[in-house]
Design a protein around this ligand. Sequence first.
Ligand code: PLP
Length: 431
Amino acid sequence: MSHVFPRHTKSDLPTAVGGDGCYLIDANGKRYFDGSGGAAVSCLGHSDAAVIKAVQEQVEKLAFAHTGFMTSEPAEALADLLISKAPGTLDRVYFVSGGSEATEAAIKLARQYHLERGEPQRRHLIARRQSYHGNTLGALAAGGNAWRRQQFDPLLIGVSHIAPCYEYVDRSDGESSFDYGQRVANELEAEILRLGPDTVMAFMAEPVVGATLGAVPAVEGYFKRIREICDTYGVLLILDEVMCGMGRTGHLFACDADGVAPDILCIAKGLGAGYQPIGAMLCSSAIYDAIAQGTGFFQHGHTYLGHPVATAAGLAVVNQMLERDLVSRVAEKGTQLQAALMERFAQHPNVGDIRGRGLFRGLELVQDRDSKAPFDPAHGLAARIKRAALEAGLICYPMSGTRDGRMGDHILLAPPFILSETQIEEICDKL
Ligand code: PLP
């Protein structure tokens, strides 16, 4: 009997013992194509030689130490590199251990920024229904799944949720996609006014929604309008790119496609390409300066802040992406993956939508294509597909979210950036 406590306690999981490019290998030598890069993590594929080398060298140099009272060479170099590529005025990097900690720290940073500026009344955080920001209690409060939140009530107070903006929403009344985006973005303004304009600290959103609905970008113009509203009311814009960032959408930062820069940006997963613990929160100098000139002490700490081995891995990952121009490859392979999925599944009666950006693609499963009625969640369809795919040698990421208020099943595909055309066909064959 295994003594590992798995997340899904009712499944029998294969034991991974090795990795090779886009494949994971189990204890029996069976190879699994990693169609979802794990949980959208493995961007370079498994056992990338450059990342292994960087980690090995760092282990020999400085690894078994706490550098939290200092910084380290790889942390400095990774921060410099991220900032040189980051949008807008982001110019400070706070390293954390993963995605939930990045969003948790972002919420605290937004709150502390306003406190340092003498605005203690700014306590409200606005997020979106259907979002996922992680599993710690602050991140759960920001998350848009009411059922998840209710289980842990009371959570962080002062968090409210507005509608998300999805590229795939049907607009049968003739409203243009642009007008739809502006209308939904204006819900943020209405919510700020409802709460009181000087009581809101931040708005948090994923540029491309991932873990609840499987890769849904917003329509053009939506995030630009959101940025305007935030600026008008002095509300900080936090973008959570934990899943969609680090090249996955065909842009190094997903918000580059929307032409906006946030005040705080959260990244994790792809930053370590599977190496943990790593995540980061990037912020603007205005926020950093408010703290530096105020108490001088950011109220979120953890022991392994900017660990040298984790940041050496992150540095090697970003360098690989840039040196091998992998982000352009993502855009190209993403278009091919979308075309292959459309060819195979667009006419399937139970596929309601195939969408996404870059190598971040979602399939929505429905009872029939016309009504888009979801399957009864009790059937656990996505989880059954995941098991069948594993049996066939494919790892994919099933998820349940709500479309128009109805719970439904989705499959997320987020393969490593190095996949080939033949491997795109392999995904489709095994799905
Ligand atoms: N934010 C987003 C958008 C995510 O998709 C996730 C994880 O899926 C998280 C935060 C939490 O990241 P982690 O699981 O590394 O804590």
